[in-house]
Design a protein around this ligand. Structure first.
Ligand code: UD1
Length: 420
C-alpha cells in the first residue's frame, strides 16, 4: 500500500492551478447518461481515481467514455444496461448517482446499495423517497436498489427533502429532467456543484429554474442531447492549498479558481489573519510570515461552512494562536483526524461532534493513518507544519479526490514523497 512521506517545517509559497471539481464532474458524468443523442464534451475534468471509477461504470452501462488531457467525451446514445454492480459501487459511494438518470432514461435501474463509509452511515433514503414521489416502484433485493418507472415514465412531483442532501437533490433533479410535467424540489442543496449540474442539464436542453436557491423547479422535457461543458473549479482543492499556505505562514496564488463559490472559507481565512485578494478566477493569499489565529468552525449545508473543509481547518487551528471550537454537523465520524493530529502533539479535545482545539507552537512528525479523503489532506497539512518527516499511511483516499497532489505541492516548495 502506498504512503506519503511529508517533509515538515515547510513554507508553502508559489502559484498553482486548481483542477476541475470532482464533486461536480461525477454527477455531470452520470447526467450525461440522460442524452439520447449527440455527444457530451466535458472540459476541466480532473484526473482522479473516482473519475476512472465512474467512467468504468458508465461503460458497463453501454456508454462510451473517451478521456483526454482534462477532457471526457461521453456518448450515451446506446445505453441498454440498467445494472450498476456492487464491485463498482462499493469503491465509490457516488456511483449511486446513476440511479436517477438510468431510471429516467431506461425506465428501470438496478444499483447496488452503497454501504456506510468511514465518515458516517450516509443513507440514501431521501434519494429513494424523491424518486418514489415521481411514481417509481422501489424494492431492495439482494443488496440492490431495484427501481421501475411507471408505464409512460416518471411523473413530475412536489418533493420536500427533510434533510439537505447534495446527492439526493442531484439524483432526483436528474430524473426530473426527463419526467412528464413539473417537479418542484424544496429544501434542495445549494452547493456550487449542484448549481453546476443544473447549468449542465440546461445546456443539454433541460428546463430548470431556481438554480442556486433551495427551491428548484424542473419542467420535464422529452429528450436531452449532448453539449459542450466546462466543469467548475474545485473549491475544496483550492481551499486545501489556501489552508496549507495559512498554516505554514506562507503565501499562494491559485489560478483557475472560483472564489465566488468559497465565500465562507475565504472569510474564515481572513479571520485567521490571512491577507486575501481575489479576482474572477484568481485567489492570492499571504500570511506575511505571521502565525495564523485559531478560528471557530461550524459545518452546515452551503452557503455555510463546508464539511469537506473542516479537517483542513482543524489542522491549521492545531498550530494557531489561541483556541477554537470546531463543530461538525453533517457527518458523525468526521473529526477522527483529530486523534492522528494529537499523536503529532496537537491539543484537541473531542466531545461528540465538537472539537476543542488549543493551538500549540508546532507539531512533531509521527506515523499517521489517513481515514477518509479530506482527513488525509488535513494530515498532509499537519505534516507540512510539523518538525521532522511524517509518514501517512493509506493515501489511496487522497488519490480519489486530489489530482497530482505531490507535484502540485512540489510547485509550492513542499516535499512529499510517494513510497510503496
Ligand atoms: C456530498 C459530497 C461530499 C460532501 C457532502 C456534503 C459528492 C460526491 N460528495 O456527499 O463530499 O461532504 O455532499 O456536502 O458530491 N442523508 C440522509 N439521507 C439521504 C442522503 C443523505 O439522511 O438519503 C444525510 C447524510 O447522512 C448527511 C447529510 O444528509 O448527514 C448530507 O449528506 P449528502 O449531502 O447527501 O452527502 P453526499 O451527497 O453523500
Amino acid at each position: 500500500m502506498e504512503k506519503f512521506l511529508v517533509s515538515g517545517n515547510a513554507t508553502i509559497s508559489g502559484t498553482v492551478t486548481v483542477s476541475g471539481a470532482k464533486n461536480a464532474a461525477l454527477p455531470i458524468m452520470a447526467a450525461a447518461l440522460l442524452a439520447s443523442s449527440g455527444r457530451v464534451e466535458l472540459s476541466n475534468v480532473p484526473d482522479l481515481n473516482d473519475i476512472k471509477t465512474i467512467s468504468k461504470l458508465m461503460e458497463s452501462l453501454g456508454a462510451t467514455v473517451t478521456r483526454g488531457e482534462g477532457t471526457a467525451t461521453i456518448d450515451s446514445t446506446n445505453i441498454d444496461e440498467p445494472t450498476a454492480p456492487y464491485e463498482l459501487v462499493k469503491t465509490m459511494r457516488a456511483s449511486v448517482l446513476v440511479l436517477g438518470p438510468l431510471l429516467a432514461r431506461l425506465g428501470e435501474a438496478k444499483v447496488s446499495f452503497p454501504g456506510g463509509c468511514a465518515i458516517g452511515s450516509r443513507p440514501v433514503d431521501l434519494h429513494l423517497k424523491g424518486l418514489e414521489a415521481m411514481g417509481a416502484q422501489i424494492e431492495i433485493e439482494d443488496g440492490y436498489i431495484v427501481a421501475k418507472a411507471p408505464a409512460g415514465g416518471l411523473k413530475g412531483a412536489e418533493v420536500h427533502f427533510d434533510v439537505v442532501s447534495v446527492g439526493a437533490t442531484e439524483n432526483v433533479l436528474m430524473a426530473a429532467a426527463l419526467a412528464r410535467g413539473t417537479t418542484v424540489l424544496r429544501n434542495s442543496a445549494r452547493e456550487p456543484e449542484v448549481v453546476d449540474l443544473c447549468h449542465f442539464l440546461n445546456a443539454m436542453g433541460a428546463d430548470i429554474s431556481g438554480i442556486g436557491t433551495d427551491t428548484l423547479t424542473i419542467n420535464g422535457v422529452a429528450a436531452l442531447t449532448g453539449c459542450d461543458y466546462r466543469v467548475v473549479a474545485d473549491r475544496i482543492e483550492a481551499g486545501t492549498f489556501l489552508v496549507a499556505a495559512a498554516a505554514t505562514r506562507g503565501s499562494v496564488t491559485l489560478l483557475n479558481a472560483a472564489p465566488d463559490t468559497m465565500a465562507v472559507v475565504l472569510h474564515k481565512l481572513r479571520e485567521a489573519g490571512a491577507d486575501i485578494r481575489i479576482d474572477e478566477t484568481t485567489i492570492h493569499l499571504d500570511m506575511h510570515g505571521k502565525r495564523p489565529k485559531a478560528v471557530d468552525i461550524h459545518t452546515a449545508p452551503h452557503p455555510e461552512f463546508p464539511t469537506d473543509m473542516q479537517s483542513q481547518f482543524l489542522a491549521m487551528n492545531s498550530v494557531s494562536e489561541g483556541s477554537a471550537t470546531v463543530v461538525e454537523t453533517i457527518f458523525e465520524n468526521r473529526l477522527v483526524a483529530a486523534q492522528e493530529m494529537n499523536r503529532m502533539g496537537a491539543d484537541i479535545h473531542l466531545e461528540g461532534n465538537r472539537a476543542q482545539v488549543r493551538g500549540v507552537e508546532s507539531l512533531k512528525a509521527a506515523p499517521v493513518m489517513a481515514t477518509d479523503l479530506r482527513a488525509s489532506a488535513s494530515l498532509v497539512i499537519a505534516g507540512l507544519v510539523a518538525e521532522g518527516e511524517t509518514l501517512i499511511d493509506r493515501i489511496y483516499h487522497i488519490d480519489r479526490g486530489y489530482e497530482k497532489i505531490e507535484s502540485k505541492f512540489a510547485e509550492l516548495g513542499a516535499t512529499i514523497k510517494r513510497i510503496s
